[in-house]
Design a binder for this molecule. Structure first.
Ligand code: ADP
Ligand code: MG
Length: 310
């Protein structure tokens, strides 16, 4: 898939001198869903705002389908839809007219059939003549999405679409995102919910303190997550692993009192039975066995803390 969004060495220092983006590089492929995961204050909104031209970058470059966001702003911006973190709707406006108006802002010809399609897709058609103030919080979020889609963007940014929403609406949002992807829209969403990134992303990016720490295919990351460790504690300390047991999956802990075996929870055979019988055959006596799972959460916390230390 071709790259649709290319962010190169993007830096953003706010007026008070605080550097919220410290040289961000990010390439988004057309048609993918990227979840940008990061704690509060990581720079997620700053990154999106800079790409969408709401705040200006200090340095670096951004192109959307080859259009430079600085030199060729209108062409680039027209390709982008933005669902902001905060609900910023006019309470007395009506649903359909506010969505229609958003399309007009981009200089696109009115297209009632398209507006109807979008409103139906977001289950807002029945509310088309309601005022915004008459809608529930979840409905307002849907209106934000409808507005962002009204000018047919190819790239959609969703900034924390499910922060503070209930479980049901969160699942609806995920369904909406999946549907948009089927329509060919490229989606970048920010979240601080690990579960959300797991549920809908093709790739996961982790950002902390203004730096992208990792961007990786979700399946690969999940494979890494799927790793479990088995700690075989021994009654007597050993200096090295007996030759008969040596393997890449096995290591000795730092004080020689336990063997640590890493295995993949997803494979059919974990190798645990074999390991335990070989341990016994090697004359080692075990006192206890403990398992540990490394999760995306662990990976996330480790990475974010390394970032803090730097
Ligand atoms: N207008 C501003 N002036 C100064 N600092 C800001 C401004 N907006 C955001 N920041 C700071 O930049 C950092 C990143 O903020 P933000 O991009 O909103 O993070 P996130 O969306 O990941 O929670 C934070 O430390 C925040 O306090
Ligand atoms: Mg934010």
């Amino acid at each position: 898939m071709p790259t649709i969004l290319d962010v190169q060495n993007l830096r953003k220092a706010y007026a008070d001198g605080f550097e919220a983006l410290k040289g961000v590089n990010l390439q988004i492929e057309e048609g993918e869903i990227l979840a940008l995961l990061g704690p509060n204050g990581a720079g997620k909104t700053t990154l999106i705002s800079t790409v969408c031209g709401i705040t200006t970058a200090t340095s670096g470059s951004v192109t959307v389908a080859g259009h430079d966001i600085f030199k060729d702003f209108r062409a680039a911006r027209t390709l982008i839809g933005l669902v902001p973190q905060e609900i910023n709707l006019e309470p007395f406006e009506r649903v359909r007219s506010t969505v229609k108006f958003s399309r007009g802002l981009f200089g696109k010809a009115a297209d009632p059939a398209l507006i109807e399609k979008i409103l139906r897709q977001l289950s807002l058609w029945d509310k088309r003549d309601n005022q915004i103030r008459e809608l529930s919080g979840g409905m307002k979020r849907r209106v934000l999405i409808a507005k962002a889609l009204a000018h047919e963007p190819r790239v959609l940014f969703l900034d924390e679409p499910t922060a503070g929403v209930d479980v049901e609406l969160r699942r609806d949002m995920w369904e909406i995102v999946a549907e948009l992807k089927r329509d060919g829209v490229t989606i970048i969403l920010t979240t601080h919910y690990i579960e959300e990134a797991e549920a809908i992303a093709d790739r996961i990016g982790i950002i902390a303190a203004g730096e992208i720490l990792l961007v990786e295919d979700k399946e690969k990351l999940m494979k890494r997550m799927g790793k479990k460790e088995l700690e075989v504690q021994l009654t007597t300390k050993i200096d090295e692993i007996p030759a008969s047991l040596k393997s890449d999956a096995l290591r000795l802990n730092h004080n020689g009192t336990a063997l640590i075996y890493t295995y993949d929870t997803r494979s059919e055979r974990t190798g645990i039975t074999k390991l335990l019988s070989e341990v016994a055959a090697a004359g080692l006596v075990l006192s206890d066995v403990v398992t540990r799972q490394s999760s995306l959460e662990d990976i996330f916390v480790d990475l974010v803390h390394e970032g803090d230390a730097a």
